[in-house]
Design a binder for this molecule. Sequence first.
Ligand code: ADP
Length: 590
Amino acid sequence: MPKNLQSIIDDLRNLGTPDEFLSGRDRILEELTRVNSDYEKLNFKYERSSKEKNILSSLLTRTSADLKKVSDNLKIRAEELSTILTTIPAYVYFKDVNLNYILVNQSYAELTGLPVDRITGRSLVDIFSNYKSTAYLETEHNVIASGKEDYNIEEEIEFNGRARWVSTNLAPIRNPAGKIIGLIGISWDITERKHYESELKRAKELAEAGTMAKNEFIASISHEFRTPMNGILGLSEILKNTPLDEGQADLLKGIVSSAENLLVLVNDLLDFSAIEAGKMELDFHPFILDRVLEDVFQMMNLKAKEKSLDFSVFISEDVPKHLIGDSQRLRQIIINLAGNAVKFTDKGRIEIHIHLLKSTVDNALLRFEVIDTGIGIPPEAKDSLFKVFSRVKQNQSKLIVGSGLGLSICKKLTDLLSGEIGVESVQGKGSTFWFNLPFDLTGIKILPGEKTENTEVKLYTGMKVLVAEDNLINQKIVSFQLKRLGFEVDLVDNGQLALEKFYSCNYNIVILDIQMPVMDGYEVAKAIRVYEAGTGNHVPVIALTANAMKGDRELYLAAGMDGYVSKPFTSETLLSAIIQAETLAARKGV
Ligand code: ADP
């Protein structure tokens, strides 16, 4: 009870007489007024606190709703996380800084064969008793120590008696203050992938071994083909230089042209394989353009005549005569295009035009055009024309033979020679196959003048050459060609004899067949360089080879040779190889 109310009651109890009542009345009223005011104050306070209570209670209701929402959300998130952890096809685990498991997902538990509660608190080696590797645990330690993630850690582990490959990503876990409190690891089973990888590797090795076997086969077949081809062409050349009547000379031309056609076919196949294997060897040397075209003319005119076609070659005045480039490949491209022109033309003419497109002191860009008045090419066939095995469908009654390799080889060769190739054609009217090629003009050594039939170029009169060659026909050919150049020729038929001769005589040049009995060309060349060591001498050594595969050149040079000629060769290619080897040898000697 409020204090002033008690005092009013006490006052009222003490009232005995009317006088006392009268004298106490004012005081009682005063007290009652005060009580009333206190009551109002209290009432006000009560109302305020009641309001506050209401506010608080509504706040409490809201907060508890919010808290419920948060807790519901957390529950959902936790459920989501748990679903992820259970369904993810990966092994997930959390570890503390001592690398003891804090939590693992179901997959991980299944992998270990233990229930989750038997894994937590234990370490990797406790779980996998046969786990031997320390490298992986070191990686986990490093992640904890460095705070850096580590991805794609591949490891072969034995789980439940089965060898499995796993790939793991590790990341540190930090508390809100940034302190590392453990790590999370996610591993994937990559056994299948590893299996495919090793299958793929094996298949690749097998394919590579197959390609190698194919290349070896090509190299040896190349040798087998080129050696007799060299015989036919070389002996024909010797025969051509003997007295022949007109009929015989014509027949001989026929033999040469057929042999050359066969050679083109053989070379097409070999080139195709060499290009495919990335082993095409280019041979840049000085040559006379007119001679290449004379050869082409000799060969193609005969074919054109058989079909009563005119065949002519036009070289613009400004085209340089002496060039540096791969004359064999150039010849091959022109012959291929001219051969097609003859093949696909029944009446009219074939023309070869050569123009100078651009020139500087050092190089010249030439345009070659092979024009025919043949069946032409439909526009839709043009795009695929230079692809392997492309044959155009034509409304022809006659079946025209061909491998479909020629143009694709021409395209590859022009690419290799930094040129370009294309075709313009009107169906039924004819085609113009063109290609542009750059040639070097620097440091050209002027080759002996224009070739005329039976002209002997006695450049090397009085000089001695040693030739080691085991094939009798090739001996004849090479010694005939060398004698025409003025050389005195010493012939031996194996490497051992070559070396003995070399020790006993002074030679200006040595020509060695690569494949010889007793001692091969490489061995002889190496022995010659050992013999010369310290003397300052360096006799030019040239390899005679039936192989013309990429990489061979490096082998010849490594054995101390200065150049090589691949069979079958003409006097011209032999001469240019000699000139090149001399230049190189002069640089190597003192
Ligand atoms: P093939 O050895 O079959 O001649 P190519 O690659 O040299 O192979 O030529 C592919 C095809 O391009 C030929 O089969 C032919 O249909 C067409 N072709 C090539 N040259 C000519 C040409 N001068 N005139 C018409 N068609 C041509």
